[in-house]
Design a protein around this ligand. Structure first.
Ligand code: SF4
Ligand code: SF4
Ligand code: FES
Length: 324
């Protein structure tokens, strides 16, 4: 519960439930019978509008799609809290303003290639072939419930991060063959707090109730940005220095990677973090850094990959695989 002027606190309620009742049913029962002040959002009650997302036993879920009994059997309790990474307005109601600002910032609409006659049919409608539509099918299913934003580890430490929902929406248009504004769109999300800030923790993909797979969308967008030649940013430099480090030594040479990624001057600012990592054995000193035993095998793998070209092409991720 959140009450103006009070620290947030948990409030316990006892209710009778029937098999098949959802968390949203329980919230309604509490509000109707026990506590009319309890605040929460809902609209469709059918997992369509996205408004009822809350943390249920620590994970973001749609209250109208989550049944009480299986959840209780699994955890032995039912703790319902507001989404994380959003300011709380009252009880389970959170403030979506910054979420929507970020969605608007990525220009979530198609800017069709005016010059391409192929993308218009005889009646003047913008058309897309089925195989091309399938590449953006998953991301088109987003209902903006905010569950991914709540679970996102990058968001927890960087509130300027665009976030998984808006970035998935970027792929909705960047991956559309009719889009004519890709260079600008991709350049914009390649800046700080965009596609390269994602730490690839997969939480967004795991919690999404609509199987949108934001992480795959982010990876597809990264691949497309590189292909479009948008490489002058810390994200691409980090990836390239990582590839180079493993090829050279078989390990991640964190110190050298940092200098290559951020440049010398910006790297000075994170010396305290480097010392902390060093102290905890997480960053071997670069001058003591030796290649691993069997580095020749690693080099052979690189040679094979370089011969065959990149395994992953933009928009062609296997459903359950992760490219880079
Ligand atoms: S990507 Fe999934 S979890 Fe994120 S807002 Fe869209 S539907 Fe919700
Ligand atoms: S994979 Fe990236 S966008 Fe998704 S939750 Fe993790 S850090 Fe956030
Ligand atoms: S009430 Fe609409 S998604 Fe739950």
């Amino acid at each position: 519960m959140t009450v103006k002027g009070c620290e947030p606190f948990l409030q316990a309620y006892d209710i009778d439930v029937n098999n098949g009742d959802t968390i949203l049913d329980a919230l309604h029962k509490i509000k109707d019978v026990q506590d009319g002040t309890l605040s929460f959002r809902r609209s469709c009650r059918s997992a369509i509008c996205g408004s009822c997302a809350v943390n249920i036993n620590g994970a973001p879920k749609l209250a109208c799609k989550t049944q009480i009994l299986p959840e209780f059997e699994k955890h032995g309790r039912l703790t319902i809290e507001p989404l994380s990474n959003f300011p709380v307005i009252k009880d389970l109601v959170v403030d979506f303003d910054s979420f929507w600002e970020k969605v608007h910032k990525i220009e979530p609409y198609l800017t069709p290639k005016e010059s391409s006659a192929k993308t218009k049919d005889k009646d003047g409608f913008w058309i897309i072939k089925k195989q091309d539509a399938l590449k953006i099918d998953d991301v088109s299913n987003c209902i903006f419930c905010g569950s991914c934003y709540s679970a996102c580890n990058t968001m927890a430490v960087d509130n300027q991060f665009i976030g998984p929902a808006a970035l998935a929406k970027v792929w909705r248009f960047a991956g559309d063959v009719r889009e004519g504004n890709n260079k600008k769109r991709l350049a914009k999300v390649s800046e700080d707090h965009g596609i390269w800030s994602c730490s690839r923790c997969v939480e967004c993909t795991q919690v999404c109730p609509k199987d949108v797979k934001p992480l795959i969308a982010i990876e597809d967008t990264r691949a497309k940005a590189i292909k479009a030649g948008i490489k002058d940013n810390a994200g691409v430099r980090h990836v390239e220095s990582m590839v180079d480090s493993v090829k050279r030594t078989g390990l991640l040479d964190e110190a050298t990677m940092t200098v290559k990624t951020l440049g010398f001057m910006r790297s000075l600012g994170i010396i305290p973090l480097g010392l902390k990592m060093e102290f905890h054995g997480k960053m071997p000193l670069p001058n003591l850094f030796k290649s691993i035993k069997g580095i020749e095998e690693v080099k052979k793998i690189y040679e094979e990959v370089e011969k065959k070209g990149s395994r992953v092409k933009a928009g062609t991720h296997p459903k359950d695989g992760w490219g880079s």
